[in-house]
Design a protein around this ligand. Sequence first.
Ligand SMILES: NC(=O)c1ccc[n+]([C@@H]2O[C@H](COP(=O)([O-])OP(=O)(O)OC[C@H]3O[C@@H](n4cnc5c(N)ncnc54)[C@H](OP(=O)(O)O)[C@@H]3O)[C@@H](O)[C@H]2O)c1
Length: 269
Amino acid sequence: MADTIVGRLVLAIWPTIDQKQRVDVLASLMLDWACMAPLVVVSGLLPYGRYGRNSKMLQINARLGWVLQELPSFVIPIYVFMTSYRTHPPTMTNLVLLGMFLFHYGYRVLVYSCSIRGGKPSPLPFFMTAMFFCTTNGYMQANYLLRHSNYPSSWIGEWNFIIGCSLFLLGFYTNWRCDVILRNLRGPGETGYKIPRGWAFELVSGGNYLGEATEWLGWALACWSPQGVAFAAFAAAFLGARSYSHHVWYREHFKDYPSHRKAFIPFVF
Ligand SMILES: NC(=O)c1ccc[n+]([C@@H]2O[C@H](COP(=O)([O-])OP(=O)(O)OC[C@H]3O[C@@H](n4cnc5c(N)ncnc54)[C@H](OP(=O)(O)O)[C@@H]3O)[C@@H](O)[C@H]2O)c1
């Protein structure tokens, strides 16, 4: 059985577990991480970006760090596909759902990481935690979609798939557009911060985060799986907390910060 590091690790800790149980255990673990994520972010336990500036920890270059930490979520699903498509031929619907996941991580690894402008180096503990998360999540989602689920072609006409895909696309567009807005705030060689304006930033401080959380909410709706829900919950918890931290930081650092702007959920929070 072709397997990756995460699978082998779980197997080493719990030798009698089968692979379907493994992806279910990982989904419940991820829900636990979702509960802890806001505490970790708001307490500054794993700082990066503007909060990691004075860190004494070993650091890795921003671009290299983002490529390497996100890469497992791109490469592992491709590896699982290559090693399982003969024994478990995926349906077209399974491939579409996996394709959405790969589309996001392809963007994150190949486009976003390479276009970061003036980004702060990532402290090693954050980098390693992010890489561990992307490895676990890539393993869990790929194995669920390619080995333990069989979506019929009629799934594509179901309400949850249609609404889920629409939310995914809207979320991806918002995340991409807000990433571009942030990048364009800096000229060549600049590393400081300005007030982001336009698109979702008119409503919330974490416009890029709101976009990404919407993406995974939509994907979870389209997949209708415990694994999809666990990832969406983690993304919402982590990114919601980071939006809140950014919101407080902007209000402290900019006297003219727009007062109507919320942190993460437009008009609410
Ligand atoms: N799925 C998940 O759980 C997850 C987790 C984390 C991140 N992400 C995604 O990864 C992407 C990056 O996340 P992040 O936490 O690094 O985002 P971020 O803190 O908003 O920073 C994004 C980039 O923009 C720069 N930047 C941010 N605010 C700026 C401002 N006001 N003026 C000038 N430049 C500014 C940052 O530079 P500095 O580095 O110098 O601050 C960094 O290079 C986002 O799209 C996010 O959705 C996803």
